[in-house]
Ligand binder design. Structure first.
Ligand SMILES: Cc1cc2nc3c(=O)[nH]c(=O)nc-3n(C[C@H](O)[C@H](O)[C@H](O)COP(=O)(O)OP(=O)(O)OC[C@H]3O[C@@H](n4cnc5c(N)ncnc54)[C@H](O)[C@@H]3O)c2cc1C
Length: 402
């Protein structure tokens, strides 16, 4: 097989799409091949648990570029095929189908897979995971007014689906081991705010509860066996997090630890191979090592990997950012704080419109705007600064004057 100067990207998600887009926008002259195992061109996943499940948007509405765009930009799109191995010595990617793709630079954008629940019955019909558009389609098909949904896990996806299912008229129970939903990210006080939001909208939360099995009836899932008794259900969603898809990287002998280890230019332990998005455990110049599973990170790291390939000297130096929409709560979060950070609220939680700050050693580590818009850039500029909690909480002081 002839050597190539071109770039091959494994993984057909958002990060992959942004590698390709940035390379072509900057006049990259060589060949580009994108290999994805899903049948569709790269798309955005956030609507799968929100607008798509709520019937507000079609399944294919969040595609990044249609197939025509890739053809116009001279990108070879290989869809519905899985990359099986990387031959680093000969710079070749081999697919399950047997075809081979030589590379000069290789980008791993393999994302993450839903974490599976290791309990009896977890593979029964009626038990769902949510990662891909096909998962969302089958989950949505199972929704019916008056039907009962049991969600295992009170993280972002579990809570978003709980909200969407309530809006579709389902009875919803969320079961999770922690004492507060999202407590490990947002801390107890803000986690409790999310719990109150869900309860006010009719979601039953069974917290501090372990799931030991899936109840089976007539060959289908009929609910959960838990440490606090049975939770009957017609549909079960397992939403207990995601696991980075590192299999190819490990088999190729790259350094892997909670994701593929990359430096601040997103290069792996092999300088001809980069990794981006959910699969990358990257060296952030401000925050140290981070593996981030968010939309904004996939876009920005895809862009950065392309810039590294183009020879630019850009670095992974930005703050994590994410958003969620649940019932009438929309929020944006910027920064990175631990669950024990000091929480400071500006405004009233009960009003549903407020800003939260998280302080670590007197320094703003993260901030979140809830149902208040066009302030996230101002909040971003406050992260890393030492500001008195009383001033942060004082809504009479304009944010820009803090
Ligand atoms: C339901 C849902 C809702 C979300 N909501 C939000 C939100 O509200 N806000 C937010 O900030 N983030 C959200 N996210 C997270 C966000 O979607 C992810 O961070 C983002 O998709 C990561 O992009 P990625 O390209 O790194 O990986 P992925 O999107 O996972 O794409 C990786 C692709 O690579 C493919 N692949 C893997 N291995 C191979 C192989 N060997 N060969 C070929 N192809 C392969 C996979 O099948 C997949 O198509 C949500 C995620 C989900 C699942």
């Amino acid at each position: 097989m002839a050597a190539s100067d071109g770039t091959v990207i494994i993984g057909g998600g958002l990060a992959a799409a942004h590698v390709v887009q940035t390379l072509r926008e900057h006049g990259y002259p060589n060949g580009i091949t994108l290999i994805g195992d899903e049948p569709t061109a790269p798309y955005e996943r956030p609507p799968l648990s929100k607008d798509y499940l709520q019937g507000k948007q079609a399944a294919d509405a969040s595609i990044v570029h249609d197939a025509g765009w890739y053809a116009e930009h001279d990108v070879s799109l290989v869809l519905g095929e899985q990359a099986a191995s990387i031959d680093r010595q000969h710079h070749v990617v081999r697919l399950d189908s047997g075809s081979e793709h030589p590379y000069g630079n290789l980008v791993l954008a393999t994302g993450a897979d839903s974490r599976r629940l290791e309990v009896p019955g977890a593979d029964l019909p009626g038990v769902h995971l949510l990662r891909r558009v096909g998962d969302a389609e089958s989950l949505k098909d199972s929704f019916s007014a008056g039907g009962r949904l049991a969600v295992v896990g009170a993280g972002w996806i579990g809570l978003e689906v709980a909200a969407s299912a309530r809006q579709a008229g389902m009875e919803v129970t969320v079961v999770a081991p922690g004492s507060t939903p999202l407590g490990s990210v947002l801390g107890q006080e803000i986690g409790a705010h999310f719990a109150a939001l869900h309860r006010a909208n009719g979601v039953e939360l069974r917290l501090g509860t372990q799931v030991s099995g899936i109840i089976e009836r007539d060959g289908r899932a009929a609910g959960l066996e838990t440490s606090a008794g049975e939770v009957p259900a017609d549909v079960v969603l397992i939403a207990i997090g995601a696991v980075p898809a590192t299999g190819l990287a490990e088999a190729a002998g790259l350094d892997v630890a909670n994701g593929v280890l990359v430096d601040s230019a997103l290069r792996t332990s092999d300088p001809d191979i980069l990794a981006v998005g959910d699969v990358a455990n990257a060296q952030n110049t401000r925050l140290g090592r981070l593996r981030v599973e968010h939309w904004d990170n996939a876009i920005r790291q895809g862009t950065l990997a392309a810039q590294t390939i183009l020879g630019h000297d850009d670095r992974y130096d930005w703050l994590p950012y994410f958003f969620t929409d649940q019932f009438d709560l929309g929020m944006e979060y910027v920064g990175h704080a631990g669950p024990d950070a000091q929480t400071v609220i500006r405004g009233k939680l009960e009003s549903g419109e407020f800003i939260a700050f998280w302080l670590e050693d007197g320094t703003v580590a993260a901030a979140m705007n809830v149902n208040i818009w066009d302030v996230n850039d101002t909040l971003r500029a406050l992260v890393g600064r030492s500001i008195e909690p009383a001033r942060l909480a004082d809504a009479e002081i304009p944010l820009a004057a803090l």
